[in-house]
Design a protein around this ligand. Structure first.
Ligand SMILES: [Zn+2]
Length: 102
């Protein structure tokens, strides 16, 4: 796991990354880190790509990052993307690059 800010080994061992979200549902991972929203979630293994967002690590209790989901929509709206899930958004919005300035 190449998450620099991951809170503990348990989280590291049980979580996967969002760019493999579909694969994660067939894997042993039970948690996901969604870099574009900077949020963690519990995978819902119903064959889709859903997860339940969580605010604290279930193992060590660390407060997880505040989700940037609202900002993600705001920033895209400024660029004219009003239905980002139905459009092809700029590549940096598929990862943490839109808020992590180099
Ligand atoms: Zn933890």
């Amino acid at each position: 796991m190449e998450n620099n800010n991951i809170c503990c080994d348990n989280m590291s061992n049980h979580s996967g990354k969002s760019n493999e979200l579909d694969d994660l549902h067939d894997s042993d991972a039970i948690m996901v880190y969604v870099s574009k929203f900077d949020e963690y979630g519990i995978l819902i293994k119903d064959g889709g790509s859903s997860y339940i967002q969580i605010q604290y690590c279930p193992w060590c209790g660390t407060k997880l990052p505040d989700s940037k989901r609202d900002e993600w929509f705001d920033e895209l709206e400024k660029r004219g993307f009003y239905t980002p899930f139905n459009s092809e958004v700029p590549e940096e919005f598929e990862s943490d690059r839109w808020y992590k300035k180099p």
